[in-house]
Design a protein around this ligand. Structure first.
Ligand code: PLP
Ligand SMILES: N[C@@H](CCOP(=O)(O)O)C(=O)O
Length: 481
């Protein structure tokens, strides 16, 4: 399996070569030359596997330069009940991503039972183990530069703390995360963890990460790596969620492998749902992929009109689903690459316009294909929707969902179809967003025992302007060459 760039300017590379990095040298994103395929018989066999074996069966199709036994050992070490024990039902921990059945055709897939209570723990924990393995094999070190709107940061820091040869420099938007999210990151005292609080939104943090990545000399000298979903390693681990969710969904509804299942995904940087698109391209019978957004509804606009126009500060909002306060969705580039028939020069021109403050419109034929062939639908939520849906799910089903998953619930209700199971991806646990949960339910959310008092721990971070040169200077001062 070789990887190419969405912008066409880089020779094909192996998995281990792209694993540590973010952007490709031409500014594009890595993507497999073609998607591996699963037949109906193979899907039937996959449906009988536990999470670890399923993850190996899926991920090994994308990795042919790590010996299979080593890859299997890394996956087995990652997906254990001990690491995914924060669920509603401890007995389900070994399922890793169990589902909650709301009714005959509506289920929630629990993705947030890992160490930092967010869906990305699932992928990030594997990335941590893969990084350590590949770095040891190459005798290298990596300095991760990441951007977070609240969850990637802590998931990455918990996955990488104490890892040999790895430093983490994480950019987060100053004052815009929940108190729990802030405490999760800033209370870490490990020597290899650096938190930089940036005056701006997540978009500014992500722009800095991309600008630093584009400076090839700096990137090579300071061995800069990535953990955001611009990194293919994140996406490939997230593809497994869909296979597991699909099999659990058909099973819970008494349906058969081969029957269509819809997924609804709270979205911001488009990494999670992009993995769903890829699972679908591999032959998993996914019908609709419903994109749920908050008031930062650039993606909802795109999937409803075909126009993609990231916004400036004047139209970026601080919301009560803060991890989705994103208006430049990096991974949309991977999907649009497929949508335009993998025409790299067309794609490069579209993203050149995005990067210079513009956007693009897809053609009417592409719009129809996006909705009918690729199955994309969308819906946006407001704060009032969020609060009402958290309340509704609690009152009707006795289940507490977090504000992001509530955005998913609203979108799922808008697009459910008769006799087709809809899986709502849970993207975080309610404990992370106490203020909104309190407003909706008049009670604080349940909190895993080990995290009681988190906000009282001493915190450490450095504030910095949204300026790539200042961030480079910060890195250069701290990275030992
Ligand atoms: C809780 C939560 N929900 C939804 C999202 C959006 O996911 P994505 O950026 O993969 O679209 C994020 C950010 O990744 C998140 O942390
Ligand atoms: N929502 C994320 C930001 C996007 O992250 P990615 O790592 O999935 O690209 C966050 O909470 O930090």
């Amino acid at each position: 399996m070789k990887y190419i760039s969405t912008r066409g300017g880089v020779a094909a590379q192996q998995f281990s070569d792209i694993l540590l990095g973010g952007l490709m040298a031409d500014g594009g994103l890595s993507i497999p030359e073609s998607y591996p395929q699963f037949s109906q018989d193979e899907l039937l066999a996959l449906s009988k596997l536990n999470y670890r074996d399923l993850a190996f069966a899926v991920i090994s199709r994308f990795v042919d330069d790590i010996p299979a036994a080593d890859l299997k050992a890394l996956i087995d070490k990652t997906y254990t009940a001990a690491v995914y024990c924060n669920g509603r039902n401890a007995a389900d921990a070994d399922q890793i991503t169990p589902i909650i059945k709301l009714d005959d055709t509506l289920v929630i897939q629990e993705l947030s039972n890992g160490p930092t209570l967010a869906f990305k723990d699932m992928a990030m924990q594997l990335l941590g183990n893969l990084f350590e393995y590949v770095l040891a094999a190459k005798g290298q070190q990596v300095n991760i530069l990441g951007a977070t709107s609240g969850d990637t940061g802590s998931a990455a820091e918990y996955a990488m703390r104490g890892k040999k040869g790895v430093n983490v420099f994480m950019l987060s938007p100053f004052g815009k995360m929940s108190p729990f999210q802030r405490a999760q990151m800033f209370s870490l005292q490990d020597e290899n963890i650096f938190n930089l609080s940036v005056h701006g939104f997540f978009d500014a943090c992500q722009d800095i990460v991309k600008d630093v990545n584009k400076d090839a000399e700096f990137k090579a000298k300071y061995k800069i790596g990535a953990v955001n979903s611009i990194n293919w390693g994140r996406i490939v681990a997230q593809v497994v969620y869909y296979f597991k969710g699909y099999f659990a969904a058909v099973d819970s509804a008494g349906k058969n492998v081969g029957d269509v299942v819809d997924f609804c995904v709270p979205s911001g940087n488009f990494g999670n749902i992009c993995a769903g698109h890829i699972a679908r391209q591999m032959g998993l019978p996914i019908g609709q992929l419903v994109v749920a957004t908050n008031e930062n509804d650039v993606l909802d606009e795109f999937f409803k009109t075909g126009g993609y126009h990231p916004r400036g500060l004047d139209r970026t909002y601080e919301t009560s689903s803060p991890s989705m306060d994103i208006t430049k969705a990096s991974n949309l580039e991977r999907f649009v690459f497929d949508l335009v028939g993998r025409d790299a020069s067309k794609l490069a021109a579209m993203w050149k316009s995005v990067e210079t403050g513009g956007g693009f419109e897809i053609s009417p034929a592409e719009f129809a294909q996006m909705r009918d062939e690729y199955g994309f639908k969308s819906e946006a939520s407001t704060h009032a929707d969020r609060v009402a849906h958290i309340r509704e799910v609690f009152e009707k089903f006795g289940v507490q969902i977090d504000p992001h998953t509530a955005d998913g619930y609203k979108a799922a209700k808008a697009h459910r179809r008769d006799n087709v199971v809809m899986v709502i991806m849970e993207t975080a646990l309610p404990a992370k967003f106490e203020t909104t949960m309190q407003e909706a339910l008049n009670q604080p959310p349940a909190r895993p025992a080990g995290l009681v008092g988190l906000e009282d721990l001493p915190q450490r971070f450095d504030a910095i302007d949204a300026d790539a040169e200042k961030v480079k200077a910060y890195l250069a001062e701290r990275i030992k060459l």
